[in-house]
Ligand binder design. Structure first.
Ligand SMILES: *[C@@H]1O[C@H](CO)[C@@H](O)[C@H](O)[C@H]1NC(C)=O
Length: 272
């Protein structure tokens, strides 16, 4: 009896499966609503896209052609746009030369990362170095002394890494993260502030420098206030600084204004 029930239940299940195959199983969720579109056809453009990036604040896509050792910029496709116009940014066949980005050479670069400023960092696999493409041209930022694989840390030009690395830009830390697969390591290269700073319109830049200046003057004023405090209140006691030898005559006479430090602090607070 139980056996008959079981087999009929299995038969019912198999019947239901054949009528309406499930789109969702326990482990696979097929979510609809996305569309796949080809935006760069390498056959038509004569490039071999190996990796692509969409730099923040740019209307271009950056394409890395590893086999051709070159980098290209392609306008981000917009609805209705037909053919992409591709522009070579740097590299053209295997080699190793820095300088002018148009004539610089790379050797089978495999990974790249871009900072908000638009500086491109390149894992130049064939040359065992890490390169930078910026507005002022191409330079080698790591591995330049050794130019061979290894796993040395230290000054970046002395450092070595495996040929199988992948780069990622860490915006908040202004650093380049290196997945050194060949050495089973994650490594980091600190970048220079000028590699990371976002290029704001000059008006905004001036405003933020002004705000920074105001903030610094506030902090400086408060620090000066606290440093001066023991000298202005010689008998508040307890504080080590208050027992240091001092010459009250050397300080400006505030003519009985007992709360000069507090006034200073209060004034600073008001300004802030
Ligand atoms: C880095 O390499 C250069 C050139 O080979 C060498 O002169 C220098 O001493 C090295 N620095 C360190 C810290 O290893």
């Amino acid at each position: 009896m139980a056996l008959r029930f079981q087999s009929s239940a299995v038969a019912l299940f198999v019947f239901l499966l054949s009528v309406a195959p499930p789109r969702v199983s326990a482990d696979v969720v097929l979510e609809d609503g996305y569309t796949f579109t080809t935006v760069i056809d390498g056959h038509k453009l004569g490039v071999n896209p190996y990796a692509v990036l969409a730099p923040p604040g740019s209307s271009d896509l950056l394409v890395l052609d590893s086999s051709g050792s070159a980098f290209y910029a392609v306008p981000f496709p917009t609805p209705g746009s037909q053919e992409s116009v591709i522009k070579r940014l740097s590299g053209n066949g295997d080699g190793y030369s820095d300088g002018e980005s148009g004539s610089a050479r790379f050797k089978k670069p495999r990974s790249f990362a871009v900072s908000p400023k638009g500086n491109v960092f390149v894992a130049d696999k064939g040359n065992n170095v890490i390169r930078k493409i910026s507005a002022s041209g191409v330079s080698t930022i790591a591995g330049g002394y050794s130019v061979k694989p290894g796993r040395e840390d230290g000054p970046a030009q002395n450092a070595t890494f495996s040929p199988d690395i992948e780069l990622a830009f860490a915006a908040d830390q202004c650093a380049l993260l290196v997945s050194d697969r060949g050495n089973q390591l994650v490594r980091l290269i600190n970048l220079k502030p000028e590699d990371c700073a976002r290029s704001y319109p000059s008006k905004f830049g001036a405003a933020s420098i002004w705000i920074l200046g105001l903030g610094l003057s506030c902090v400086f004023g408060i620090v000066v206030g606290f440093v001066m405090r023991p000298y202005i209140f010689p008998n508040t006691g307890g504080l080590e600084a208050a027992r240091l030898p001092r010459d009250m005559e050397a300080l400006p006479n505030h003519s009985g204004e007992a709360s000069s430090t507090d006034t200073l602090l209060r004034r600073q607070r008001l300004n802030c």
